[in-house]
Design a protein around this ligand. Structure first.
Ligand SMILES: Cc1ncc(C[n+]2csc(CCOP(=O)(O)OP(=O)(O)O)c2C)c(N)n1
Ligand code: SF4
Ligand SMILES: [Mg+2]
Length: 289
C-alpha cells in the first residue's frame, strides 16, 4: 500500500518540549521528525529507545513506540528489541554522558556487533539534565559545575572511537544545520548495520564554551564525491579534527554482515514470528538435583 504523505508535525505529541529556549535539542528533534516524515513512517512502524538526560526527554515529544529506560542502558534495550523483532525499525537517542560515559561499554560492543539500529547522540559536551557537570566529551581545562578548576582528563573522541571499535556507519552532524542532519539521519537509517550519528548540540544553559557561534565558525561539510568515506585512515584523520575545523557528514562507512545475519536462529525469521518450541530441559534440571 502506498504510504500517505507525512508532515514532521504528524509525530508531535500533546506534550510541548520543556527544553531551555534556544537549546540545540530542538534542532535534532526537528531533523528527526523531518527524516521520519520523508520516509513516510507511521508512528507504529518504529521504536525509539531513549537514554536519560535532557536529550532523552524527547521520549515525551515524539509520537511512536518508545522506551525510556535507565541512564546509559538504551543500547542494550534496543539491541534486545531488534533481536526479538528484526522487522521493527529502531532508533536510539541519548546524550554524551549517557552514551559515552555510563553507557560507554555498550557503545563499544554495539559497534563491533553491528546490529541494524540507528544511534543518535546529542553531544553537548556536558551533563545537561543534572546541571552542568563535565561529561566524557568536555574539553580539557573547561570549568564545569563538577570541575570548577577545569577538567583534568582528556576528552574522548566519539567519532574516532566509533571508527576504531568497528563502526560501519559513523557520521557527525550539527544541531544548527537541521537540513543536513535530516539527510544524515535518513542515510543512517538506510545503512544496513549499526549507524552512529554524533550530533554537536549546544547546551545554551550550561556550556558557554561550545556555543552555536563557536560551532558555526568551525563546522564544515565533507562533500560526497570529493571525500572518500570508505577509507579508514582518512576517516581517522577527519575524526581527529577538532578545534579550528570540525567536519560534518559521513566520516566512515563500510558494509559488513549484521549481527542478526550471522545468528542461525535469526536467519529463519524474527524470533517474534517463530512458534515456541517445546524444549526438554529435564536433563539439565537433573544436573542440579
Ligand atoms: C544510573 C544513573 N546514574 C546517574 C543518573 C543521573 N543522571 C541523570 S541524567 C545524567 C546525565 C545526562 O547527561 P547527558 O547524557 O549528556 O544528557 P543531556 O542532559 O546533556 O542531554 C545523569 C548523570 C541517573 N539518572 N541514573
Ligand atoms: S540544560 Fe542544556 S541541554 Fe538541557 S534543555 Fe537546557 S540548554 Fe538544553
Ligand atoms: Mg550531554
Amino acid at each position: 500500500m502506498p504510504k500517505t504523505q507525512k508532515d514532521f508535525n504528524d509525530y508531535n505529541t500533546e506534550v510541548k518540549p520543556t527544553w531551555c529556549p534556544g537549546c540545540g535539542d530542538f534542532g535534532i528533534w526537528t531533523a528527526l521528525r523531518m527524516a521520519i516524515a520523508d520516509l513516510g513512517w507511521e508512528p507504529h512502524d518504529f521504536l525509539v529507545v531513549y537514554g536519560i538526560g535532557c536529550s532523552g526527554n524527547m521520549a515525551n515529544f515524539v509520537k511512536s513506540y518508545g522506551f525510556h529506560g535507565l541512564h546509559g542502558r538504551a543500547l542494550p534495550v534496543a539491541i534486545g528489541a531488534k533481536l526479538a523483532n528484526q522487522d521493527l525499525k529502531i532508533i536510539v537517542l541519548g546524550g554524551d554522558g549517557d552514551g559515552y560515559g555510563e553507557g560507554g561499554n555498550h557503545f563499544i560492543h554495539a559497534l563491533r556487533g553491528n546490529v541494524d539500529i540507528t544511534y543518535i547522540v546529542h553531544d553537548n559536551q556536558v551533563y545537561g539534565l543534572t546541571k552542568g557537570q563535565m561529561s566524557p566529551t568536555t574539553e580539557q581545562g573547561q570549568p564545569t559545575s563538577s570541575t570548577p578548576e577545569g577538567v583534568i582528563e582528556q576528552p574522548i573522541n566519539p567519532v574516532a572511537l566509533a571508527v576504531a571499535a568497528g563502526g560501519t556507519f559513523v557520521a557527525q552532524g550539527f544541531a544548527g544545520d537541521t537540513l543536513q542532519l535530516r539527510e544524515l539521519i535518513k542515510q543512517a537509517i538506510a545503512h544496513p548495520g549499526f549507524a552512529h550519528v554524533n550530533v554537536l548540540q549546544p547546551c545554551v544553559t550550561f556550556n558557554h564554551h561550545n556555543t552555536f557561534s563557536w560551532f558555526m565558525k568551525r563546522v564544515y561539510k565533507l562533500e560526497p564525491g570529493k571525500y572518500e568515506s570508505g577509507n579508514k585512515l582518512k576517516a581517522f584523520e577527519k575524526a581527529l579534527e577538532w578545534g579550528e575545523k570540525i567536519p560534518t557528514g559521513i566520516i566512515y562507512q563500510e558494509i559488513r554482515h549484521t549481527y542478526e545475519q550471522d545468528v542461525s536462529e535469526l536467519k529463519k525469521q524474527s524470533l517474534l514470528r517463530q512458534a515456541l518450541k517445546k524444549i526438554d530441559i529435564s536433563k539439565t534440571l537433573a544436573k542440579f538435583s
